[in-house]
Design a protein around this ligand. Structure first.
Ligand code: PBG
Length: 332
């Protein structure tokens, strides 16, 4: 036998030398949830090892994240009050706005990305403005409520500007309304935030894997679902269309979400587009491994590393993952 692939698998050093995929902590982003109140750090039941922090406690978490070798965070807010115009999303003293200051005070160099969406701030839990259908024929076709796409854009743009004014380094719209990247870009530029990048959740699917997040962020829709704005799981060509549109509208980084059930979408996007691609290793993907590990059914450390490697191998540059903070620990 002349060719023996096993030769290159003979030792750990050699295996690392020929590894085709490497993960750098520089490309991992740790999400965090901010809630109202004082001195709160509470574990999220559906996401063991993840917490919700009040504004005054998020600084210490940022320090720990930094100490773990991770330089960027993606933050989500849960407001005191929800209403039908998502006021909390663009309030000057909103949870996210205040949290940015706390993080920067604790760790000035921490790179803060904000999730721009309205669902956590809306009383009905949808990512856009909801209108009751008046016409019987429309109601028959689409149900009692519709999402007012174009009116929503204004609120999203206000939210993004408000985050930038509060010191956000990058904004990440996750709502899936048509035209939101262009609306946000225009508003940011108008207010002088010409160099604030937009990472768009470009191909975001209507996924069951967001379940644990929705209980953490209290953002599950009260009526209906997100299927009229988030993508339908069978579609990959449509994902290419969504990504191309977002790039045209001015996105700097495009995201595929979730990651694991959509590795083919990541791979295809990698082939087709030259922008950095982010992948979101979502809550359900995280919690499944945690639950299996807790039961002793799976080696958590190896499973997490294998998962992140798969996402990287598929072609993602940036990985948003709840395992970021633990990553360097897992390596040693
Ligand atoms: C807000 C948003 C969601 C997630 C990120 N931003 C939930 C949703 O769309 O319902 C999910 C993240 C996760 O599951 O980890 N729209």
């Amino acid at each position: 036998m002349k060719i023996r692939p096993r030769r290159l698998r003979g030792s750990a050093i050699l295996r690392k030398m020929v590894a085709e995929t490497n993960i750098s902590p520089d490309q991992l982003v740790q999400p965090a949830f901010i809630i109202p109140g004082k001195d709160v750090k509470e574990e999220i039941r559906s996401m063991p090892g993840q917490f919700r922090f009040s504004v005054d406690r998020i600084g210490e978490e940022a320090r720990e994240i930094k100490k773990a070798g991770i330089s960027s965070m993606l933050i989500f807010g849960i407001p005191e009050n929800k209403d039908e115009k998502a006021s909390g999303a663009y309030a000057k003293d909103g949870v996210v706005q205040m949290a940015i200051a706390s993080i920067k005070e604790a760790v000035p160099e921490m790179y803060v990305i904000t999730d721009v969406c309205l669902c956590e701030y809306m009383s009905h839990g949808h990512c856009g403005i909801v209108r009751k259908c008046v016409s019987a024929s429309v109601r028959k076709l689409k149900g009692d409520y519709v999402i007012d796409n174009d009116a929503t854009l204004e609120l999203l743009a206000m939210t993004a500007v408000s985050h930038a004014e509060s010191g956000a380094d990058m904004v990440a719209p996750s709502d899936m309304m048509d035209g939101r990247v262009a609306a946000i870009r225009k508003a940011l530029d108008k207010e002088g935030f010409t160099y604030t990048p937009i990472m768009s959740y470009a191909a975001k699917y209507a996924s069951a894997f967001y379940g644990p997040f929705r209980s953490a962020a209290e953002s599950a829709p009260q009526v209906g679902d997100r299927k009229t704005y988030q993508m339908d799981p069978p579609n990959v060509r449509e994902a290419m269309k969504e990504i191309a549109l977002d790039i045209e509208e001015g996105a700097d980084i495009v995201m595929v979400k979730p990651a694991l059930a959509y590795l083919d979408v990541i791979a295809k996007a990698r082939e087709r587009f030259d922008l950095p691609i982010a992948a979101y290793n979502v809550s359900g993907e995280y919690s499944m491994l945690k639950a299996a590990a807790k039961n002793g059914w799976i080696d958590e450390k190896r499973a997490v590393l294998e998962t992140l490697t798969a996402i990287k191998r598929a072609g993602a540059d940036i990985i948003i993952t709840y395992s970021a903070k633990e990553y360097t620990q897992y390596l040693s």
